[in-house]
Design a protein around this ligand. Structure first.
Ligand code: MOS
Length: 701
């Protein structure tokens, strides 16, 4: 192992300490400004016009009535909007052609002096269409399903090892079950918003984004500019859960409109319009087949996914990918099939792939445990692999068994009567469930600068994004440890594409990617300061570093976080309502760098998993083609009263094969496994196995 990258010095080691968020005061006092709260002088407002048909062509756009309204500056349509260059994200090619690929696709933008005038103008725009037959219905036997080359994340679409069919046919015990997860919406607290202005050919956008480096690059490409002619600022961001990982149409519309009218323009998406334009978790129909010996050892494992994408671009929810690494089996197949439908383009939503995939896999493992009458914790331990089943690569660290063991202990899992429907309190049936969780380690090369001032203070510059996670704070902790100075001597600048470029806050990769380059810049700065004799020059000393070379090397290890989630539920036999009584997760995610913000991430993820299990779900209206549940009145997310005691713990996991901090990602693993743990608890409570999320009262009764 290499020498400790954080040698002990005179200052208390800040890694792991529960530092409070640096910007916490600004946020709670309302002085932190979000993208829609920037209003440059002369700013106009844009209100988009969504298509009202699910498939077709625009035959006419009538704008006279809208333009005649007071305060209206312009109506942009495919006929008059600035021409954009094509990029690899066709969802950003807004107002470029007459084709309508799905309901909710933007067909015009009204721009006015006030938000109210823009909205009135948008409602006064008359669009006529020529429509065609549309198809928004996913099924596992849809005739147009095909096997894609790769799924999201670049994973191979299909993997086969050994002889699954033969082993499954020969297995004495088998499970063959199909689970469904409906479309899910990200719905961050802060809707997507952009404020754009052009100054002497330079485009500046305040954007609600998980990574303004990417937004800057895409806007530069779309508007045929150099990257240094575009500045994108994402200083404070109210969540994203993946939906702000790439630029969204409102950024393009705001920039277009600002150029068209020669004034700043703000476009803030109405929440009801978000599901159609900011991505969603695609629905999945998942068939899991497990064949096992009588002692519970799995000999055959198959996970087959059917999902949808749009006709605009291919996005394949990689739900069969976790089955490639979880349990040992000599015979396995994992297959994705996708059908392009007349639906909005799906995209990333917290733990794409793992969240829905582990719901199905971990439910199937529970079904196997019930069949064999083996405790589900014990069954998982019997199928623990020595190396990654899919590749035979060694794990850099894998402490799933320790998570299960510690979780069972803390939760009070044993003694557990495995019989279903025997714990009753009046109308309530009680049950407990467990599921495993996993999430891959992703690290992406980034740039940063570390600067020492003559007065003994330091400044870190890196285009990290804080989407509410505490990124600023943890990066200062990493810098303080590397510089061996107190945190209050360090200032940090993040959230602008004018800073050294860095990866986005997504894929649970932010802290690992940014932290590594911050550590590198700080370490090099310390070396420079050691060589430096006498007082620093007035301008101080600056070191720029990047980690492209280090992160480009393919690790010989399979690198993943693991966890175990336990849940206790009550099922009301009169109303069908399921409530979670308590939930507990234990995670092995490398070194935890800030215990306060990490805990928030874990319990936030678990809360989102509770929503996925019990209330979140959207559907595509077959007649009209759009999402039926598109606002928070119809798309239910957990409220405080739905969220019981949630406990999150972690192991002190040391892994030298990650980055200098020894950290894995923590933003997503909390949602993984939670829905299965709750579903398994519902089965234990009632004796009935429900396989279609969410477990709403109509299904339970
Ligand atoms: Mo997350 S879905 O990788 O932003």
């Amino acid at each position: 192992m290499s020498p400790d990258p954080f040698p002990l010095g005179p200052h208390p080691h800040p890694l792991g300490a529960p530092l409070v968020r640096r910007e916490g005061r600004e946020k709670v006092t309302g002085t932190a400004r979000y993208a829609a709260e920037h209003t440059p002088p002369g700013c106009a407002y844009g209100w988009p016009v969504p298509a009202t048909v699910a498939r077709g062509r625009i035959t006419a756009v009538e704008t006279d009535e809208a333009l005649a309204l007071p305060g209206v500056c312009a109506v942009l349509t495919h006929e008059n909007a600035p021409r954009l260059a094509a990029t690899d994200d066709p969802t950003l090619s807004v107002l470029q052609e007459d084709r309508v690929p799905h309901r909710g696709w933007y067909v015009a933008l009204a721009v006015a002096d006030s938000l109210e005038a823009a909205r009135a103008a948008a409602e006064a725009v008359r669009v006529t269409y020529e429509t065609g037959e549309h198809d928004v219905g996913l099924s596992a036997d849809h005739p147009r399903l095909y096997e894609p080359e790769t799924a999201n994340g670049g994973y191979p679409g299909t993997r086969e090892r050994g002889d699954f069919e033969g082993a499954f046919a020969a297995a004495p015990v088998t499970v063959d079950a199909t689970y469904t997860v409906p479309p899910l919406h990200n719905h961050p607290m802060e809707p997507h918003a952009s404020t754009a202005r052009w100054t002497d050919g330079h485009l500046t956008v305040h954007d609600s984004s998980q990574g303004s480096t990417r937004v800057c690059e895409d806007l530069a490409a779309l508007f045929k500019l150099d990257k240094d002619e575009v500045t994108v600022v994402s200083e404070h961001v109210g969540g994203g859960f993946g939906s702000k990982g790439t630029p969204r149409p409102q950024a393009v519309l705001a920039a277009m409109a600002a150029r068209h009218i020669g004034r700043p323009v703000k476009v803030s998406l109405p929440r009801r319009e978000m599901p159609a334009v900011v991505g969603h978790r695609a629905p999945t129909v998942q068939r899991v087949r497990l064949g096992a010996r009588d002692d519970g050892v799995i000999t055959a494992l198959s996970h087959e996914i059917a999902t949808h994408t749009s006709t605009v671009k291919e996005f394949v929810e990689q739900a069969a990918v976790p089955a490639r690494i979880m349990y040992t089996s000599p015979n396995s197949r994992t297959v994705h099939r996708v059908v392009p439908l007349d639906v909005p383009s799906p995209s990333w939503m917290r733990a794409p792939g793992e969240a829905p995939g582990m719901y199905a896999l971990e439910s199937a493992v529970d079904e196997l445990a019930v069949l064999l009458d083996i405790d589900p914790v014990e069954l998982r331990m019997r199928n623990e692999p020595d190396t990654e089943p899919d590749s035979d690569r060694p794990f850099s660290s894998r402490h799933l068994v320790d998570c299960l063991r510690e979780g069972a202990e803390r939760f009070g899992w044993l003694p557990r009567d495995p019989r279903p429907a025997v714990r009753r309190q009046g109308d309530l049936l009680l049950g407990t469930g467990v599921a495993a969780a996993t999430y891959p380690v992703l690290i992406v090369g980034s740039d940063a600068e570390a600067h020492a001032d003559a007065d003994g203070s330091y400044r870190i510059r890196v285009n990290a994004t804080d989407i509410g996670t505490g990124a600023r704070t943890v990066l200062v902790q990493i810098a303080a440890a590397a510089l061996n100075v107190p945190e209050d001597r360090i200032r940090i600048e993040i959230g602008s594409s004018d800073l050294p470029p860095a990866f986005l806050a997504g894929g649970s990769a932010g802290t690992g990617s940014w932290g590594w380059v911050v550590h590198k810049a700080c370490t090099q700065l310390v070396a420079r300061l050691r060589e430096h004799h006498g007082p620093l020059p007035a301008e101080g000393l600056t070191v720029a570093a990047d980690t492209r070379k280090e992160t480009a090397e393919q690790s010989p290890y399979s690198r993943h976080s693991f966890g175990a989630t336990f849940a206790e539920v009550q099922v009301d036999t009169a109303t069908g309502e399921v409530r979670v009584r308590r939930m507990l997760g234990v995670y092995a995610a490398g070194r935890i760098l800030n215990s306060r913000t990490a805990r928030s991430q874990f319990i936030g993820g678990m809360t989102m998993g509770l929503g996925m299990a019990l209330m979140e779900g959207s559907g595509l209206d077959p007649a009209f083609g759009d999402f039926a549940e598109c606002d928070l009145a119809s798309y239910h997310v957990p409220a405080c009263a739905d969220v019981p005691l949630i406990e999150a713990y972690w192991l002190d996991e040391e892994d030298p094969h990650l980055n200098p901090m020894g950290s894995k990602g923590i933003g997503e693993i909390g949602i993984v496994g939670t829905a299965a743990a709750i579903g398994n608890a519902v089965r234990h409570a009632t004796g009935v196995r429900l396989r279609d999320l969410p477990l709403t009262p109509d299904k339970v009764l």
